[in-house]
Design a protein around this ligand. Structure first.
Ligand code: TPP
Ligand code: DXP
Ligand code: MG
Length: 631
């Protein structure tokens, strides 16, 4: 029997021998490689977390002590050790284990949000609560070196450093990488700490080697005294953590479980906020993942992926870069996943990786624009949320020509609720002057990106979905800035937005089969609403909008408002993502579940028309009584 099968929960770890624990670590790595290569997921980060997680669960008593993981993508080992090994092969599958902590899965899980740099703030709050409630509980926050480049982490550290009596242990999992090598002064400082063993170790080294060399000079004890003093001065607590007033323990080899347990035990006994600096290797124990220069093992993805929206963007931006020397690009630690690596390769002086620091990225972009450049900020749609105020008050208020390219917009699926890009077309509606485009296919993405970078007096935003780019859908006509894709009658006008234009065409076909006359349009620029689209809508019996965004405050709402403001009373039905936190599943499965498919939408539109017609008949006056039918 494998050791892993004897671990029903973290309490079972305490009685294991060193040999069994070494066995267990090897078994866990085998399970990670075998499972994740099948299901997809974060192989590199989790291979680096095996010994640290074992030590965390052996030194602390979860769930009495709370273990918080920043971003949560590195919690597969935590799940295996907290009773979920039997279900681990359902990882990231619909109805199976989430790839992130999940409160409904386990009492050992607490933070579900996969947005980075939040863990220390949660920990600060939790530790304060336990102090106030006089509960003897520790809070342990694990944050990566990448997570530490996010501003929230420093807001939290500023507070934690001042709270001497919080039972709070921060483990910095320093593997030198986010997706790519971690950037900035912090990364350099962590390296200096990492490569700067405390003076005891150096002293041992000196003692060992001095005895070996032919030696002429002052008595040995004087030399050692001088070395010791010199080293103390040199290695006096200069680390920024200690400068902040935080107790620092480390650097510790994060793959030496015993060393980690010793460090965590020391930290636990301290009784106040402590930082344990663990040094690990992302992908440790699996050679291919360790030499992962292309970030392929941060997140294991299907082999030979089809050409995606990201690829189209990546290529077009390089073209633009050649034509426009003022165009620069900014990434928040996601150079490869957002498609900016090609631009960086071609224009190494015009790419800025700011770390996981979206807020800084956006306001720095405003600065770049004020300085005469045209920045293109590449983000995942969901992560723009974090920098909304910067976009509103630093970019838009000053009418800065910044182009935001939001990848993974709409339902992303696998990474659960905090990763779906379902918010951007709602929150961006309120930004004065901002222009928002949603390309329906690769060709429109190229066109709209070129149009966007030509706007230098307002923020422009392009947003597109995760995965394979759609085949080009050519327009049969144009009205104003709006493309007409299908035109067979004036019963229903379907406004298909971005990736939902193809679905709108599918809905039209299904409605035509039922005898309805349907027109499908793609506005391309969805904000501001095209006045010609408003005019057109007035000629139809029904208007339907379809968007891969939350319904609340989305494009459908904006278009309805524009129609009503123009006195157009045509009934409108807006379809979008229900305003809920959606469980993880493949994108297609989620779209089916929420009815955002051709079949589901066609059924709903027919029902809407039937109801409307039924209501109309019911409200017609009865010829005899003069009262409405059925009254
Ligand atoms: C706000 C935010 N921006 C970007 C991401 C995407 N992301 C997921 S994991 C990751 C890298 C995390 O690096 P680190 O904290 O060092 O953890 P490691 O993977 O190295 O263990 C990034 C950038 C995110 N989850 N949240
Ligand atoms: C944890 C995180 O934020 C990303 O690593 C996330 O898994 C994105 O995955 P995709 O790049 O496959 O959309
Ligand atoms: Mg890291």
């Amino acid at each position: 029997m494998r050791v892993l099968e004897t671990v029903g929960g973290p309490e079972d770890l305490k009685g294991l021998t060193d040999h069994q624990l070494t066995e267990l670590a090897a078994e866990i790595r085998d399970v990670l490689v075998e499972t994740v290569s099948r299901t997809g997921g974060h192989l590199g980060p989790n291979l680096g977390m095996v010994e640290i997680t074992l030590a965390m669960h052996r030194v602390f008593d979860s769930p009495k002590d709370r273990l918080i993981y920043d971003t949560g993508h590195q919690t597969y080992v935590h799940k295996l050790l907290t009773g979920r090994a039997p279900k681990f092969d359902t990882l990231r599958q619909q109805g199976g284990l989430s790839g992130y902590p999940s409160q409904k899965e386990s009492e050992h899980d607490i933070v579900e949000n996969s947005h980075a740099s939040t863990s220390l703030s949660y920990a600060d709050g939790l530790a304060k609560a336990y102090r106030l409630r006089k509960e003897d509980r520790h809070v342990v926050a694990l944050i990566g070196d990448g997570g530490l480049t996010g501003g929230m982490a420093w807001e939290a550290l500023n507070n934690i450093a001042a709270a001497k009596d919080l039972k709070l242990v921060i483990i910095v999992n320093d593997n030198g990488r986010s997706y790519s090598p971690t950037v900035g002064g912090l990364a350099t400082h962590l390296t200096s700490l990492r490569t700067n063993p405390r003076y005891e170790k150096i002293l041992d080294l000196v003692k060992k080697n001095l005895g070996r060399t032919p030696y002429v000079g002052p008595p040995m004890y004087e030399v050692l005294h001088g070395v010791k003093k010199g080293l103390k001065d040199m290695l006096a607590p200069q680390g920024m953590f200690e400068d902040l007033g935080l107790k620092y323990v480390g650097p510790v080899d994060g793959h030496d479980r015993q060393a980690m347990e010793d460090a965590l035990t020391k930290a636990k006994q301290f009784g106040g906020p402590v930082i344990v600096h663990a040094v690990t290797q992302k992908g440790f124990g699996y050679a291919a993942a360790v030499q992962d220069e292309e970030d392929n093992f941060h997140q294991v993805r299907p082999k030979n992926k089809p050409r995606g929206w990201t690829d189209v963007f990546a290529e077009e931006l390089v073209e633009i870069g050649h034509r426009r020397p003022d165009v620069v690009a900014i990434t928040a630690a996601m150079l490869h996943p957002t498609g900016l690596a090609a631009f960086a390769q071609e224009f190494p002086d015009r790419i800025f990786d700011v770390g996981i620091a979206e807020q800084h990225a956006v306001t720095s972009a405003a600065g770049l624009a004020m300085g005469g450049m045209h920045p293109v900020v590449g983000l995942y749609a969901t992560f723009l949320n974090r920098a909304f105020d910067q976009l509103l008050m630093d970019v838009a208020l000053h009418k800065c020509g910044v182009t935001f390219v939001l990848d993974r917009a709409g339902v992303t699926g696998d990474d659960g609720a905090s990763h779906n890009g379902m918010w951007d077309m709602s929150i961006l509606q309120v930004v004065p002057g901002l222009r928002l485009a949603a390309p329906r296919d690769g060709k429109r993405l190229q066109e709209l990106l070129n149009e966007a970078v030509d706007v230098d007096d307002a923020p422009t935003v392009l947003r597109f979905a995760k995965g394979e780019v759609f085949d080009d859908i050519e327009a049969v006509d144009k009205v104003g800035g709006t493309d007409i894709l299908v035109r067979t009658g004036t019963d229903v006008l379907i406004i298909g937005i971005g990736s939902m234009a193809a679905t709108a065409v599918d809905v039209a076909t299904r409605l035509q089969d039922q005898g309805f006359g349907v027109t499908v349009v793609d506005p391309r620029w969805v904000k501001p609403v095209d006045p010609k689209l408003v005019e057109l809508a007035g000629k139809y019996k029904f208007v339907v909008t379809i968007e891969d965004n939350g319904r609340a405050g989305g494009c459908g709402s904006a278009i309805t408002q524009a129609l009503r403001d123009a006195g157009v009373t045509t009934p409108v039905r807006d379809f979008g993502i229900p305003q809920q936190f959606l469980d993880h599943a493949k994108r297609a499965a989620v779209l089916t579940e929420i009815g955002l498919t051709g079949q589901g939408l066609a059924r709903d539109v027919i029902e809407m028309i039937a109801k409307h017609q039924g209501d109309a008949i019911a409200s017609e006056p009865d010829t005899a009584s003069g009262r409405p039918n059925g009254a």
